[in-house]
Design a protein around this ligand. Structure first.
Ligand code: R1P
Ligand code: URA
Length: 239
């Protein structure tokens, strides 16, 4: 029995979707046939079921690098080896709207947890086969996505002296800001897991917001969920 995620290893699938938001984990599990809540401890909620015949697990980790590292390490102890983060993000580019889906091709490492695994000179990037599966799933579903480099760090409400960081990231073409992909990619690199990540834009960092931000975000969230599920299905079918 793992220390934080209390369940039987036979309740964990090899293929894992890992949002931060526990409510999103339930939404993902609702796409499974016969989803079962297999663990609910220390803020982690874990469901296992089948998606189109393939056993999959979804974990709502909560926010930030430490809980992702602990949660996924314990799932890996129980046999998981492929992880797709289904997250939300803020954005930097003028063309990006609330509800857009971003697929991460890399992450600027601003969080602390990943540095306990590999120094900052290691790039935080997804596994190519997972990135490709995500892009192909989006194309097959005819859902437009932005593929690009994002950023992830620990401090959602960090005080900023000025907007120089935002201006730099906009100029450099950075397309997302969230809190877990740096940890996911680096811990995965170190442990030999396959990882990928996509995010629904909540537009937090945009100056102009659409009238109905909530509805637009929820549409993007559902799009990210179905892209992730279809990508994971293709990965599993290829194994
Ligand atoms: O929607 P999730 O997956 O939680 O991701 C984003 O949302 C949280 C912040 O609001 C952070 O966890 C950030 O990474
Ligand atoms: O970390 C995050 C997540 C969503 N939106 C943001 O602006 N930041």
């Amino acid at each position: 029995m793992e220390w934080h995620i209390k369940c039987d290893a036979k309740d964990i699938a090899r293929y894992v979707l890992c949002p931060g938001d526990q409510a999103r984990a339930k939404k993902i599990a609702d796409h499974f046939d016969s989803p079962r809540l297999v663990a609910d401890s220390r803020g982690y909620v874990v469901y296992t079921g089948e998606y189109k015949g393939v056993p999959m697990t979804v974990i709502g980790t909560g926010m930030g690098g430490p809980v992702v590292a602990i949660g996924l390490e314990e799932l890996a102890h129980m046999g998981a080896d492929t992880f797709i983060r289904v997250g939300s993000c803020g954005v930097f580019q003028d063309f990006q709207q609330v509800g857009d889906v971003v697929i991460g091709s890399g992450t600027v490492r601003e969080g602390g947890t990943s540095t306990a695994y590999l120094p900052l000179r290691f790039p935080a990037v997804p596994t190519f086969s997972v990135l490709r599966a995500l892009v192909e799933a989006a194309e097959a579903l005819d859902i437009p996505v932005t593929v690009g480099v994002g950023s992830a760090g620990d401090a959602f409400y960090a005080p900023r002296e000025d907007n120089s960081r935002g201006e730099l990231y906009q100029k450099a073409g950075i397309v997302s800001v969230e809190m877990e992909s740096d940890t996911l990619f680096i811990v995965g690199q170190y442990r030999g897991w396959r990882t990928g990540a996509l995010y629904a834009s909540d537009g937090t960092n945009k100056a102009t917001k659409p009238e109905d931000k909530e509805a637009d975000f929820r549409r993007g969230e559902e799009n990210a969920i179905v892209i992730a599920l279809e990508a994971m299905l293709k990965i599993a079918q290829g194994d």
